[in-house]
Each structure stands twice: as structure tokens, then as C-alpha cells.
Design a protein around this ligand. Structure first.
Ligand code: DGL
Length: 273
């Protein structure tokens, strides 16, 4: 007889960015049934209105509840900022975990007290980000430099992790942060860990040092595990599984799984709607 712990964990992002979170979840919770939803047909979220992002997030949440998930991971900073409250209100019975830019670990580890925050325009303009920033600035001697990386998600979705266009965009966004003394960079968008090496390369070229980089994918995984344990929902036995769903082309998500995570799960195209 399947138990509540046998239900799946749904993980979503505007596209392939959430795979940078999924890789930690997949490694840490090998017995779980994981469903990954890439909303690539609607990416990027970062330039959309809050209402549009909430509507997409609730549509994806409905898809997952149709699959009878026990937990929902919003593996997207932009969707977390805009829609996590609406998701929690709609499905109070689900374990819901979101992701936010790691301002706290960055504030704690920065030596210069200057921290660059790379994220989408929407995340940086959100009320949640303003609150988190004010809270951290009142607790730590730190100055945050928010930098919206417009265009970067589109390039990563196309698989351009080291292309001249990607490197050029990174130089434009990183130069002012380094000039102002940032010694720590927060990756406040789940797509950005996939250009981490390009970011480090650009920093070395621009200022001969590599800033510390903060990525919260692992912290999200720990929080998911804590919440599943607390509710007795952590599946400790049996074989795990993984499946992908996309609102764009199946082959794009298949290539992303294989190229970025060396995984080959079944992938289903849902079409836009
Ligand atoms: N991966 C996303 C995030 O963490 C969304 C990027 C986008 O679609 O603009 O913010």
C-alpha cells in the first residue's frame, strides 16, 4: 500500500535554472520520486509582471497537485518572491519550500562588507527582497549592490554557458560591482550557477581575484529534508525516480538534464497553456 511518504516532490522553475537546485535534492534524497517542471515556454519570468508570475506558479502548482505531490519546491527566486505566499495560501496542506538570494551567508562571510547581488529585475524589485535586504543591513555591517542581469537567463536557456555574448554580458554586469569593492557575489537566480565558471573567469580577468560565490541550492535541500522529516514524509526506503515536464521542447529539457546533470530521465512536453 503506498503511503503519504511515497508521494512525489514537485520542483519547478521558469526553465532549466531549477536544475541547479534539483542536483542537490537528487543527491541528498535518493529515495524520493522527483518531478521537475521547466516552464521554458514562458521563460524568462524575470521581466514579467507579478500577476503573470503568480498565475504561472499557480498553474504549475495545480499540475503538481493533480499528480498528488506531498511537497512543492519553488526552485526559482523570481517565482518565490512573487508567488510563494499565494502558493502557501492555496495549498496549506503541502510542504512548500522556496529559494531566496543568500544575503545572510554573504553578509556573514564578506570581508570588505560589499556584496554584489545578481538576480532578475523582478526579484530585485520585489517587496520580499527589500525586506530581506533591510533586515540584513540592520544586523550586519554590509552594503549590498543589486545587479539585475537582464538577458542572461535567455542565453543560459539556449545553452550558451561560455559564449562571447554570455561573457560580454557578464563583464558588463560584474565590472561595476568589482570596482566598488565587492568581495562576495550572491547568485540570486537559479540559472546563474550554470555560468559560475564564466563568472569566476571574468572576475579573474577584470580584477585578478575571485570573489566568494554564494548559491543557496544546498540550503533549500536541507530545508526540504527538515520539513519532510518533521511531518514524517521523508521516504527512506525503495527506489527513487525522476521525471521531467516542460512547456517548451522535450529535446531542450532532455539536453539540459544530460548536459548539466548527466541524467537521462523521461521527459514529457505539456505544450503551452
Ligand atoms: N531561475 C529564475 C530565478 O531563480 C528565473 C529566471 C527568469 O525566468 O527570469 O529567478
Amino acid at each position: 500500500m503506498p503511503t503519504a511518504a511515497d508521494a512525489a516532490v514537485g520542483i519547478f522553475d521558469s526553465g532549466i535554472g531549477g536544475l541547479s537546485v534539483l542536483r542537490h535534492i537528487h543527491a541528498a534524497l535518493p529515495r524520493e520520486a522527483l518531478l521537475y517542471f521547466a516552464d521554458s515556454g514562458y521563460a524568462p519570468y524575470g521581466d514579467k509582471s507579478e500577476d503573470e508570475i503568480v498565475a504561472r506558479s499557480l498553474a504549475i502548482g495545480s499540475f503538481f497537485t493533480g499528480q498528488r505531490v506531498k511537497a512543492l519546491v519553488v526552485a526559482c527566486n523570481t517565482a518565490t518572491a512573487a508567488a510563494i505566499q499565494a502558493i502557501r495560501e492555496r495549498w496549506p496542506e503541502l510542504v512548500v519550500v522556496g529559494i531566496e538570494p543568500g544575503l545572510k551567508p554573504a553578509a556573514q562571510q564578506s570581508g570588505s562588507g560589499v556584496v554584489g547581488v545578481l538576480a532578475t529585475r523582478s526579484t530585485l524589485a520585489s517587496k520580499r527582497f527589500a525586506q530581506l535586504r533591510a533586515q540584513m543591513e540592520s544586523q550586519y555591517p554590509v552594503r549590498f549592490l543589486p545587479q539585475a542581469c537582464v538577458g542572461l537567463v535567455d542565453l543560459i536557456e539556449k545553452g550558451e554557458l561560455y559564449s562571447p555574448a554570455t561573457v560580454g554580458l557578464l563583464e558588463r554586469y560584474l565590472a561595476p560591482l568589482l570596482e566598488q569593492g565587492a568581495d562576495t557575489l550572491v547568485l540570486g537566480c537559479t540559472h546563474y550557477p550554470f555560468v559560475r565558471e564564466a563568472i569566476e573567469g571574468v572576475c579573474r580577468r577584470l580584477c585578478a581575484r575571485t570573489p566568494a560565490i554564494v548559491d543557496t541550492g544546498e540550503a533549500v535541500t536541507r530545508q526540504l529534508l527538515r520539513l519532510l522529516d518533521a511531518r514524517g514524509l521523508h521516504r527512506a526506503g525503495g527506489a527513487g525516480s525522476l521525471a521531467g515536464y516542460t512547456t517548451a521542447s522535450r529535446s531542450t529539457l532532455e539536453h539540459a538534464f544530460a548536459g548539466l546533470l548527466q541524467l537521462n530521465p523521461p521527459v514529457h512536453a505539456l505544450g503551452q497553456g
